[in-house]
Design a protein. Sequence first.
Length: 421
Amino acid sequence: MTEKLLQYLWNFKIFSRFDFRDTEGNPIEILYSGVWNTNAGPDFLDARIRTGNIILAGPVELHIRSSDWIFHNHSRDPNYKNIILHVVFQHDIEIDELIASRVPTLELKDYINGNILRTYEKLAAGERFIPCEAVFDAAKVPVCFHEGNILKKLEQKAVEFETSLNEHKNNFEAVLFHSLAYSFGLTVNAAVFRQIAESIDFSIINKIRQHRVQLEALLFGISGWLEDPQDEQMHIWKREFDFLKVKFSIPGIAVRPKFSRLRPPNFPTVRLSQLACLYHQHQNLFSKIIRIRNPEEMSDLFNKVKASEYWDDRFNFGKISKIRYPKTVSPEFTELVILNTVLPLKYTYQRYRHEEAPDEILQLYRSLAPEKNIIVDEWKKLGLRAETALESQSLIFHYKNACEEKNCLNCSIGYNLLKES
């Protein structure tokens, strides 16, 4: 057993039975195993469990043995202060701080079949990009394959957006702000940036957006970065944040973004400053997006977005960089935000209002350049080249939702390959 394999089994719920009980004998129901986190911090984020009559939501940490909690120095790491469940293959010792915090421990040793372990260990160790790689034939890709995938993706996003809209009284401007924050956080800080955005009533953003220093101060303060000012500008931000906390009764919370595995231009300091700039420049941003009919106009919304001058020679607080340049958003980053936030939310708004909405959104996808990443490159090796963003987004979506899940029987390509054989 390895920790990676244990995470794999937890992620795909591969257990011989599901009548889970913690190490004290209390029943535990896994409502949602969480999002597999490959970056720093707990292994799974946003999980939900039921223990007794209480539903808990938050991160879950997995280990081979309970004692790994100590060996991995989690006790001193603030990222692990709010976990809701400690999952282990073997429970070898009690962890006093988890007991004191009433965090249950779930031992999985008796819930995993030995044969399943060996079988899935071989699968996890495989080097194939997709399950059908050995027999894949690009000619078997169905007509309208890419259009179908994009519409599936848009419908999935629409369901997510509608849930958020219900929670925020159908305020599209607020939901756009939360979703843009998620995109600006990129993979590492997406969930953290969304949490920061959702911790602020959007009416506050609207009230202070004309004052960029206050907007930055609010985002930096909630990120926990202004507790110990190191220069004059940080003192200004701290003063503004302290004022805003009192004026708007903002609770004393700190949602700390991560810096690990990020290139300096993608540091959360720079990205939050750019997000503040975007909302400082544009009043009623969602309304502007709805009126736009071509990708050039969408890109224009982001062309003048840059981090404040403080970041021209910095990537982190108080540390001067040898290279000075304005931290503008790149065209590649702009297109990423348009693909993952702007177009899906535009589709959500228009799909019940305009019959032509799907065709219009698909055409916007066709008008954008394809993304460049490992997944798209691997499809290219198999003979499936992405010429537009519609095709690259389709291939990424299909890989994550069909190939990674080994859901071959519900795959249109798999159906054609099976039918041919």
